[in-house]
Design a protein around this ligand. Sequence first.
Ligand code: IPD
Length: 276
Amino acid sequence: MTDSVDVAALAEIAGSLAREVGEGVRAQRAVGVTVAQTKSSLTDVVTAADQEAERLLAAGLRRLRPHDGLLGEEGASTAGTTGVTWVVDPIDGTVNYLYDLPAYAVSVAATVEDGAPGTMSDGRRAVAGAVYVPSSGELFTAWDGGGAYLDGERLSGPTDTELGSTLLATGFGYTVERRTEQAEVLRHVLPRVRDIRRMGSAAVDLCMLAAGRLDAYYERGLQPWDYAAAALIAREAGVVVRGLGDNRAGEELLIAGARGVSAELATLIAEAYRRL
Ligand code: IPD
């Protein structure tokens, strides 16, 4: 499938759209933010900027790739005819955006379904993607087999470390049940690592990992748009991206880490979930 698709060109499209829309999102933040609706719980908000950014991403993709499919966090869903489906998160880290905290990003990924092992549990895999962080102006890009880049500079992920000196990021879902479970898991994991970071955007976490600013990251409950582009960026930077046991990374669990720490971390997290 990817033989017939120019994945580097798709990454270029993802990057230019993520940057263009991200700049608009940043400008809107300066004007003000309004909550448009809530989703899974009162704390799971959608701002008017999320909706507008998704509309702009959809319009841009329609213009540049009119026959591709689209799946967006805020409801965009179009079937395509080319085999390529774009998976977009107009603002990953919406709560940070609401509070004017810097860790939020626009995420754009091109995915295909070709049976090859990838980063997504639903059968599709990201082959090109970009994450733009408006607060820092940093653009992360990657394409299948082509490497990961930060503003054009090749990324090589974190250097190997031991579990006890791992700076580990994680995230929490929005429902009480999910958070109760995640707090229990964290209780088991926290004493065994250097420290924990909860930055509030899975896409930013995975890109920081690709840039070697974290050693590892894990989370249960992610949706494809949260990680489609960023997990590809991490993987292309040499990070191991896996799921629970032999499963692929996905909603059940996504564990990403430096090669030297990945297996031990996966065992620790699996053990924490078994104890629940
Ligand atoms: C959320 C962020 C957060 C993660 C949540 C996601 P949203 O995405 O990525 O870091 O912990 O699981 O839902 O709601 O800001 O797009």
